[in-house]
Design a protein around this ligand. Structure first.
Ligand code: F6R
Length: 356
């Protein structure tokens, strides 16, 4: 039930700190967070992971790739399920497939699962719905513990997916004896507080939506490294609920063509949470501002500069997507409200896409 909330989406965004805390609880073992030993072994034995997903879950998969590669040192490919189904890449010797799906019912993903099972490969499903088709048909399941997600636009399931993938990569790294310089359980608790601060700043997000998107026809989201992955998700959220045409871009790629679309007043949301590329993304912002863009810089605490529109609380650099996505969700929500869109049930969309 949405109780006193006007929309499920708003309620579900508000639940995000709790979701992170639930994930900590569900996966904690003593002082650490970990996953079942059989899943740990299945991942650790693979020579390459193939993440298969659609939409928002695909965007979570892009972050998951970074976790498995950077934390657990396992190579990963991320594929859009509908493409993989028809255009399978050359597979490694010992692949493990990871399906990411909030609903566990997405037909495009299920088709890939059926195919790879026929080929004799093992699969792990990361889903919010116990007993869902993708969960039943896979060898292993990791649950998101996000609670039912009713709004069509996925919010809390995305942060749950990213967090669970972080737990899995961290657990595998520990199993492999890789030395890690952070304590994920502690860092996730900090993330929960960071998300809380963001959902408590709704008036700020509403004002940003008003200042940048009130009359916008289109919008761009840019970022580098992890911020690029989050930019893709920010653009998708805005498109699906406000119908404003939006694109997420790697900061460095914009100038290779798309910058032609920047006009006087074009909104550009730029994320600056990644230290190594902070200067570069700020350079990209200057490029678009010089062409008239209305730039909204969202920076992480400690990296902010004068003129930045929003500062997000400091969290571990690998976990920034969990916090930076939240203002983008909220900005999309308020942009959709301003346009009197049906936030929970956008046109042309269904919560679970069970057709090909
Ligand atoms: C976006 C959204 C969709 C889903 C996609 C995959 O907000 O909801 O893009 O993410 O249809 O759905 P699942 O994760 O259920 O497989």
């Amino acid at each position: 039930e949405k109780g006193t909330y006007p929309h499920y989406m708003l309620k579900e965004m508000d639940e995000q700190p709790t979701v992170i805390r639930k994930i900590i609880q569900a996966y904690e073992q003593g002082e650490d967070v970990t996953i079942d030993a059989d899943i740990l072994n299945a991942i650790a034995e693979a020579d390459r992971l193939y993440i298969i997903a659609a939409g928002t879950s695909y965007h979570a998969g892009l972050i998951g790739k970074q976790y498995f590669e950077k934390i657990a040192k396992i190579p990963v490919e991320v594929h859009i399920s509908s493409e993989f189904g028809y255009n399978m890449p050359l597979l490694s010797e010992k692949p493990l497939f990871i399906f990411i799906s909030q609903s566990g019912e997405t037909a495009d993903s299920r088709q890939v699962l059926v195919k790879i099972k026929e080929l004799g490969y093992k699969a792990l499903t990361v889903t919010n719905v116990p007993g869902s088709t993708l969960s039943r048909e896979a060898d292993y399941t990791l649950l998101l513990h996000a609670g039912p997600e009713i709004a069509v636009a996925s919010t809390k399931a995305y942060v749950a997916q990213v967090a669970v993938l972080a737990v899995a990569a961290y657990a595998v790294a520990k199993q492999k004896g890789i030395t890690l310089d952070f304590d994920l359980k502690q860092e996730l608790a900090i993330v929960a507080n960071g998300i809380q601060a963001m959902v408590d700043s709704k008036d700020v997000m509403e004002q940003i939506a008003e200042d940048f998107l009130k009359i916008a026809r289109n919008a761009f989201f840019i970022g580098r490294n992890m911020d690029f992955c989050v930019s893709l998700e920010g653009a998708l959220k805005l498109k699906e609920i406000s119908y404003i045409q939006a694109e997420g871009f790697a900061g460095g790629e914009l100038k290779h063509g798309t910058i032609a679309l920047i006009e006087e007043g074009t909104p550009v949301f730029a994320l600056a949470t990644q230290k190594d590329v902070a200067l570069n993304i700020r350079g990209n912002v200057k490029e678009v501002v010089a062409r008239g863009a209305n730039a909204c810089i969202i920076a992480m605490e400690g990296m902010e500069e004068e003129g930045d529109r929003l500062v997000i609380p400091r969290v571990h650099e690998l976990l920034t997507p969990l916090v930076s996505v939240v203002p983008l969700q909220l900005i999309s929500y308020y942009a959709a409200l301003h346009r009197r869109c049906d936030v929970d049930k956008p046109r042309n969309l269904a919560k679970s896409v069970t057709v090909e």
